[in-house]
Design a protein around this ligand. Sequence first.
Ligand code: WT7
Length: 675
Amino acid sequence: MRVNLGQNAQLAPPLRTKNMEGAVDIPARVNGSNDSLPKPHIKPDEYAAMHKRSLEQSDEFWRETANKMLAWDVPFKTVQHGSFDEGNIAYFLEGHLNASYNAVDRWAIRDPNQIAIIWEADEPGEDTKITYGELLRRVCQVAGTLRSLGVKKGDLVIIYLPMIPEAAIAMLACARIGAVHSVVFAGFSADSLRDRVQDSSARVVITSDEGKRGGRTIAAKSIVDAALKECPGVEHVLVVKRTGAEDVPWVSGRDMWLEEKMKEQRAYIPPVLMSSEDPLFVLYTSGSTGRPKGIVHTTAGYILCAALTVKDVFDVHAGDKFGCMADIGWITGHTYIVYGPLVLGTTTLIFESTPMYPNPSRYWDVVDKHGLTQFYTAPTSIRLLRRMGTEHVASYKLDTLRVLGTVGEPINPEAWQWYNDNVGRGQCAIVDTYWMTEGGAHMITSLPGAIRAKPGSATVPFWGIEPVILDPHTGKELHDADAEGALVIRKPWPSVARTIMHDQARFMDTYMRAYPGYFFTGDSAARDKDGYIWIKGRVDDVINVSGHRLSTAEIESALGGHPGVAEAAVVGAPDEVTGQSITAFLALKPDYVYESGEALVKELTIQVRRAIGPFATPKRIICVEDLPKTRSGKIVRRVLRKIVCNEADQLGDLSSVSDPSIVDHLKEKYAEATK
Ligand code: WT7
């Protein structure tokens, strides 16, 4: 076993907890002072020693935690194996367990009537609850259905579903029989779905007749049909009845209603014994090339960190009702709607609607109606609701809440303050949770009863995480207070992704070889004198729109598919609500004839929506004479980034740009477009 022992000598600076500049006190509902509320799991004086132990005695730490939190059919012996250098990380070897047993059966046995899932449907008032007993039956029946179609351990199943309980049930049903699920966000277009189905070689797809969101109907089944035209490998499509629409397109022999198949199945089928390192799911995410990466997470380490972070970071106690507003199609939904809360045996919310439907009070209506104790959302929704005005939140009680979470991008202090004052009423902890698809679970975050928040900082590393800041050019570790550079993680942790499906080489190149020996997060960060981490954002060609990760290359290639486009360059511009927004600069083919600029922009927009999905729609499409390029023809995106960030006066050295006169033209065009 190799864990880079030589480098361990220098740990990050110790955490100071007193008199920290800008830090807020531990708020009333989580500081243990109120006897009618639970005492926090982690107390202020416990963090530093526990974190140190999780790094220095990591085997003991994870052995104890894994034995305490998970139910094992066969106990593990080896806690950790492998290294980032070799790209062969493994945890809890020789151990066997089943994720669906851990998430469902053990709680159904304890109390079948405990609520597992609260489903808040798109239309207010149409909510339903599912007990653990009922969840077990439905998971078994879907698992039995999949098995009846020949799905076996190791087979991959694509799930393309709106935010309905069946999405979670389908995931758990796969886990029960050892099938690997790959959920594709239902906002993805048919083309994107097709690419993912083809890459994964799935034989079975689970979808619904339609979806509902914000009062609108989404033709889920039609999108699947369009995608599958070029996926001859798919033999079966299981369709959930969400709206009961008439005339749902149907391919006989291939398509079947899930409910009908479930009725033929028994209420209980035993879970399949899985080894700790068997893959649990694949989730596609954007990288710096046009091709999405199928990130692979395995069973034991992932569900352990999922449940542990729900317990410690959201300070979940018996009787809590946990609400994560993300979509199941992203990693946040996987970890904090499905696996984390259920493996911990708590009650989780599945929210089908939007923060604006039918009005900007929807979130608060849901919090009060269900008595949510934790509420987790993205800065973009907080900023949006802040803009709508405090009157939409003021009349709600919100007194069941103890912990508020944010995720997806750095939260600006104004939004943090608004969340704290108007939703938390100054009494809730705010946890700014930094992590990523590849990390599986929270990596840097505050802990409600233990760590004083500083608005805008993700604060401190979670158990087992040792963040290191590197000089981005030399790769040398920066140990000074106020260091800023590339954020890497020194040692493996249980929920780190194991590989990219079919592409271990790309996995190694992207994460392990950027700074050899470390895991590269893709972000830059600063560490202040108190040891707090401040995330600055991505340093690769990934842009973050409303917490959705998009690859500039993917959008460029979508635009490049239009017959008029010679070249496209996409950059992220700062945006008050969505964090970043997509700005596309295009050079058209010189002889391309088009009706009007307006019509062309419309066509290009459709092009992107068709290739990726509506959430990737550029905010601005700007046609220019030429793009800034080096002599060898490489696009100098730095120039475009400066222009959209209104830093055109700081362009720096333009000697690499073959025709510097183009810069003025670009500035003019941008000013015109943003007038
Ligand atoms: C990227 C990962 C993790 C689930 C949501 C997005 C950014 C995430 C924070 C935060 C600052 C954050 C990073 C990261 N990010 N959380 N609390 N503060 N930035 O998952 O799509 O894999 O994106 O989101 O840039 O690398 P993802």
